[in-house]
Design a binder for this molecule. Structure first.
Ligand code: NCD
Length: 312
């Protein structure tokens, strides 16, 4: 694998391989010294044109746990504010010879374009409404840990599907792993023709009790140009996942950041059914597996060994 641009390009075997590698790396995260020398001397550039808490910090931590050097670049405070284009920014930063570029932008297809402009391995950390492959991989990892397998599992993705790159990547990844996916939300927030991806569509939550896993999405108001729902209150009254709608046997997920009181009630966020923190934890080991696979020239072979403690 040269780049990780989308889930679309991965088959089940590739997803299982990355998730399996992440399981090995989980052992590193439990050690007192949480570092292995696997990518020593390699350079990872984090290039973020959009806000991020979880994705950026976990890519940084993942690279550092593999002993790579990390350069963080945020568009705000850079020459992007002076009008430098994406291409010129990539060409400029390529002079530092990064081995991998982790990129998040508001533009669908940007990660793929960048992969043509430079020789680094490109990881798509979210390109507009298109895809967010590492989120889907960490969600598969988290669910496999909780359920053992996704085969035959009924998974509902609820909320603003239209503006969500997470929805697109997750519909594809969950189905590739054998789950049955249903998307649900107001008609204005469900893209027409989404069934072509293989999922079912519902405009009410009447059948939500049949779901094994409920995956709620944030209302992406930053991507909404018109009024897509009459009001957040009305949205919440019809689609909010709360104690009344979530049954005790169901598992609750959310990619974060959560808008409490909108797509989720505070009580379900804090309930034992929510595995939102596990998703964040999984982010580090899954991103370690992705960086390792891209930069070491193949999947992890054999156990990763801990470095010898060294005196300064
Ligand atoms: C998501 C994103 O940015 O696509 N967040 C994330 O990466 N965990 C979802 C969101 O912003 O709602």
């Amino acid at each position: 694998m040269k780049h990780l641009l989308s889930i679309e390009e991965l088959d089940r075997a590739a997803i299982e391989r990355i998730v399996g590698e992440a399981e090995r790396f989980a052992e590193v995260s439990d050690r007192e010294i949480k570092k292995v020398p696997a990518l020593r001397g390699r350079m990872v550039l984090n290039l973020f044109y959009e806000a991020s808490t979880r994705t950026r910090s976990s890519f940084e931590l993942a690279a550092k746990r593999l002993s790579a050097d990390v350069v963080n670049f945020a568009a705000s405070g850079s020459s992007v504010e002076k009008g430098e284009s994406l291409k010129d920014t990539i060409l400029t930063l390529s002079a530092h010879k990064p081995d991998a570029i982790v990129i998040r932008t508001p533009w669908a297809g940007a990660a793929e374009l960048v992969s043509r402009w430079c020789s680094a391995a490109i990881v798509n950390a979210g390109d507009g409404k298109h895809e967010h492959p590492t989120q889907a991989l960490l969600d598969v990892y988290t669910l496999r840990r909780r359920l053992g397998s996704l085969d035959g599992c009924s998974l509902w993705i609820v909320g603003d599907v239209a503006h969500s790159r997470v929805a697109r990547s997750n519909i594809l990844a969950f189905q590739k792993m054998g789950a049955k996916v249903t998307v649900a939300g107001p008609p204005t927030l469900i893209p027409r023709g989404i069934e072509a991806l293989g999922c079912d569509v519902r405009f009410t939550l009447k059948e939500l009790p049949s779901a094994d896993v409920v995956y709620a999405l944030r209302m992406q108001s930053e991507r909404m140009t018109d009024s897509w729902v009459p009001s957040m209150r009305e949205y919440a009254s019809l689609y909010q996942i709360n104690g009344r709608r979530l049954s005790p046997r169901q598992v609750l997920m959310h990619p974060g950041p959560v808008n409490r009181g909108v797509e989720l009630s505070g009580e379900v966020v804090d309930s034992p059914q929510a595995i939102i923190t596990e998703q964040v934890e999984a982010g580090v080991v899954v991103r370690m597996a992705v960086l390792y696979e891209l930069l070491s020239g193949g999947p992890v072979r054999g156990p990763v060994s801990a470095p010898e403690p060294q005196l300064a």
